[in-house]
Design a binder for this molecule. Sequence first.
Ligand SMILES: C[S@@+](CC[C@H](N)C(=O)[O-])C[C@H]1O[C@@H](n2cnc3c(N)ncnc32)[C@H](O)[C@@H]1O
Length: 205
Amino acid sequence: MNPWLKIPLKDYEKHMNHPLVGQLELLSNLTKEKLQKYKPESIAILGVCGGNGLEHINNSVTKTVIGIDINQEYLDECKNRYSTQITNLKLFQCDLNTHELPDFKAYLVMASLIFEYIDINTGLEKVYNCISENGILIAIIQKNNNVTSVSPTGVESVKEIGSVFKILDEFEFEKIAKEKGFKLISKTEHFLVNGKSFVCLDFQK
Ligand SMILES: C[S@@+](CC[C@H](N)C(=O)[O-])C[C@H]1O[C@@H](n2cnc3c(N)ncnc32)[C@H](O)[C@@H]1O
């Protein structure tokens, strides 16, 4: 069984929100920044989890919001939190490693800390097919910068994820994305309190 199916959302969010980790807030802020930059009419979020970042959706700009995740309980909570706030929220349970994406086209696809858990080649091909012409893929990947330990947040269950997590090489990722037809248009790096960082790559189709 995929370990993501065993981790309660409250455990994951407690770990990610811990002051020693601080990842939820940074991911939410990056989502806000990209929504303001690209003003997408439609957005798809891969690994949407409980909907971190969806608080920044402006219904008058973004008319359709699609969320994909392997864990139905995360999607249920995401629906619970945002279905009244977001006019057109569509959530789909899908294992990106073994299933095709549902049939949709989105201008912006956000993939924050998801390529660590899925096959990059097939993942990028699936994303390419669901992005509209000239649309944007934002891929946020984690860099450990030689900090290999899991921050001691007291949440034990998240350690299970280690069995499916892989650190990506940002340059290898860029190369594969280019081979799949994406053009890199922006790259930034954002440091976390524990010395790890997120590399944020904006690609255009
Ligand atoms: C690290 S979280 C993503 C961060 C999240 N977007 C945020 O802002 O907090 C990874 C998410 O991807 C989902 N996930 C992991 N493997 C998956 C797979 N094979 N297919 C679909 N979703 C997957 C997990 O259930 C989890 O919700």
